[in-house]
Design a protein around this ligand. Structure first.
Ligand code: SAM
Length: 323
């Protein structure tokens, strides 16, 4: 099934057959995608701290024994549809990373960067280090210059706290970006934060460019594209998950992310706002969830302040008042 919304296209089908049917050679400016990891989708909650009650059903996983062949098939299509100078970001876990790398290296695509995305609150472990990162493989198709918008988020002379260059810091290949916390709202397994997608889209595409996601999941790439005025084409094989994508896209404000300050998280957006009982409950529930990971209270308070857009003192008081 294909659904068109203005310049955007959403296809409920396997990405390889959908790419063959709907995307011409050299027609895509940028691919941002996050394939299933081949680690058993039903087990994903063991890899992230998360309340599974709100996770959308229907996630289609790939058998680990087929992962190499699966990666070669979709990456060959990605190579075909990218224009010369077009780019691709692939988010990958560690387990099947060699298969993804081998598949990319079997194409004409060239590595630009191997980025590490560090997120908050990996799974707590006591006898080994806590896993709290993903790999992002950033490649480009040769034959034409790549889009790389050097000053899309920070001017070259802008200074960060402590005096260093904000632009330099933003362009280091380790990105620390927190996962989004959506209390009581449905989300897809491994839904990527909009801030992460926004960063790739701003650096590597321009308004009006065609961006494609081969594995849409809950549609976060599509939502970021609507918010940044990029055209979008995406595929999702699960009918159940596909239904939710369209709702998420319809709720997104076209161009809405362009008006926002690029430095997300710098503003304490709810400071001074009255606390409802629902706000308090959401903070306490999230606190309990994070406390179960074994993280220190101070660290949790800092994370909650970012997630809820409140000052750390206000968060600490809510926790103290419950005791
Ligand atoms: C890791 S999730 C993507 C999550 C997404 N980035 C988000 O933020 O919601 C991978 C998605 O690929 C879907 N999928 C699995 N095999 C597929 C295939 N052959 N073609 C298209 N989608 C597929 C899964 O159902 C799942 O929703």
């Amino acid at each position: 099934m294909i659904v068109e919304r203005g310049a955007n296209r959403f296809v409920n089908a396997d990405c390889v057959s959908a790419a063959l049917e709907y995307l011409a050679d050299g027609s895509v400016d940028l691919i941002v995608t996050d394939p299933p990891y081949g680690i058993g989708g039903d087990e994903l909650h063991k890899h992230y701290n998360r309340d599974e009650r709100f996770v959308v059903e229907g996630y289609v996983e790939v058998d680990a024994r087929r992962y190499a062949e699966f990666s070669r098939a979709w990456i060959a299509q990605a190579e075909r549809v990218l224009r010369p100078g077009g780019q691709i970001y692939v988010v990958s876990g560690y387990t099947n990373l060699p298969d993804v790398l081998n598949a990319l290296r079997a194409t004409t695509l060239r590595e630009v960067n191997h980025i590490i995305w560090k997120y908050n609150f990996g799974v707590y472990t006591s006898r080994k280090f806590v896993s709290s990162h993903y790999h992002i493989l950033y490649y480009a198709k040769p034959g034409s210059p790549r889009t790389f918008n050097l000053e899309c988020r920070f001017a070259r002379d802008e200074r960060a706290d402590g005096g260093g260059s904000s632009s330099y810091r933003d362009r280091e290949d380790v990105w620390t970006i927190n996962r989004e916390y959506k209390p009581g709202r449905k989300k897809n397994k491994n839904e990527l934060p909009i801030a992460l997608l926004e960063k790739m889209l701003l650096y590597s595409s321009n308004e009006g460019d065609l961006v494609c996601d081969f594995f849409m999941g809950g549609g976060s790439t599509a939502v970021a594209c609507v918010g940044l005025n990029r055209r979008f084409a995406g595929f999702e094989v699960s009918p159940h998950i596909f239904r939710d994508v369209l709702g998420a896209v319809d709720r997104a404000a076209p161009g809405g992310l362009l008006a926002e300050p690029a430095k997300r998280g710098a503003v304490v957006e709810n400071r001074g706002k009255r606390w409802s009982s629902g706000d308090v409950r959401a903070v306490l529930e999230r606190y309990d969830e994070l406390a179960a990971t074994g993280a220190a209270k101070k660290r949790i308070v800092g994370a909650l302040a970012t997630e809820f857009g409140r000052g750390p003192w206000a968060i600490a008081k809510v926790i103290k008042d419950r005791a």
